[in-house]
Ligand binder design. Structure first.
Ligand SMILES: Nc1ncnc2c1ncn2[C@@H]1O[C@H](COP(=O)(O)OP(=O)(O)O)[C@@H](O)[C@H]1O
Ligand SMILES: [Mg+2]
Length: 285
């Protein structure tokens, strides 16, 4: 091999992303990305373990594109584990493993030829506790994820992400101040902006409002309504009213198994399984 020559990858990486829209398609004024359909996520026979502890059992479930799907179920039923399997964060836990397929459209994110980094860029995540990078400014928090992808970040890009997260007007005059100086609800929207800046197709939200006050919670719910126009959203919640307000579809998990799934209205008004009825009516969980 001559100097400067690179090795050939063993397998061609499978692209996670669809081609970016042509420049002509972009709205020049704000450089906002074009409105575009997202892609569905399908779980096929997903199983997950922590060591010997079999946590998720043979789960098959579709999260439709341009919609929000709520994952509900009592504490310990496996909601967070499922969500972490979707963007391959589960395997970061020592001793944890998963089997089955997680398809973003037709690409299995567990295909050995798929780059894990590309999976996590296409499938963003927001956690229960807002976790802005503590030493970074508001601006740098939003730019951080994009910088990891080695793409150049410009102020317009940061502004667009903050606008999409409905935070711009509150922070535009203090972008250089620390992210952790914001209120809890603002910090969560900052984390959402950070996730959006990478332009994911899927956003996983694991109880994104359960640490927030009612007003901040409402703002997150409004944001979900807006974001689902362009994203596939999976939102874990144990707040039944929240699921009813934001989710098009709801899936009920119990002990790592899917009990039932369907349009949110039906799950709440005409559940088919007695256990779903008991849970949504507050009789257990
Ligand atoms: N990091 C971990 N190590 C070992 N077991 C875990 C870990 N995280 C979760 N579990 C176990 O997996 C099961 C499902 O947990 P989790 O996915 O957090 O449920 P939920 O989000 O519905 O509360 C529980 O029995 C929990 O104790
Ligand atoms: Mg959880």
């Amino acid at each position: 091999m001559t100097p400067g020559q690179t090795t050939t990858p063993i397998a061609q990486p499978v692209p996670m992303r669809r081609p970016r829209p042509a420049a002509a398609e972009t709205d020049g004024a704000r450089r906002a990305p074009v409105e575009r359909a997202s892609r569905p996520v399908r779980l096929e026979g997903l199983n997950a373990w922590y060591g010997d502890h079999h946590t998720v059992h043979d789960l098959s479930l579709t999260f439709p594109a341009n919609a929000a799907t709520a994952l509900i179920g009592p504490s310990g039923s496996g909601k967070s584990t499922v969500v972490r399997c979707i963007n391959r964060m589960h395997e970061e836990v020592r001793g944890a493993r998963a089997s089955g397929r997680v398809l973003l459209d037709d690409v299995d994110v567990y295909d050995p030829r798929v780059d894990v980094g590309a999976v996590r860029r296409a499938i963003g995540m927001v956690f229960q506790k807002p976790n802005p990078f503590p030493t970074m400014s508001i601006y740098d928090n939003v730019a951080a994820g994009v910088r990891l992808t080695r793409r150049r970040v410009d102020p317009e890009h940061v502004e667009a992400a903050l606008r999409r997260a409905n935070l711009w007007d509150e922070v535009k005059d203090r972008l250089d101040r620390p992210g952790h100086g914001l209120s809890g609800g603002q910090q969560q929207r900052l984390c959402i902006a950070r996730a959006l800046a990478v332009e994911p197709e899927v956003l996983l939200m694991d109880e994104p409002a359960s640490a927030l006050d009612p007003i901040s919670t409402l703002r997150i719910e409004e944001l979900v309504e807006e974001l689902k126009q362009r994203l596939t959203i999976v939102i874990v919640t144990h707040n039944m009213q929240q699921a009813a307000r934001v989710a098009d579809r709801t899936a009920f998990l119990l002990d790592g198994r899917l009990v039932e799934e369907g349009p949110t209205d039906r799950i709440f008004t005409a559940p088919r399984d007695r256990r779903t009825e008991d849970y949504v009516s507050g009789r257990f969980g």
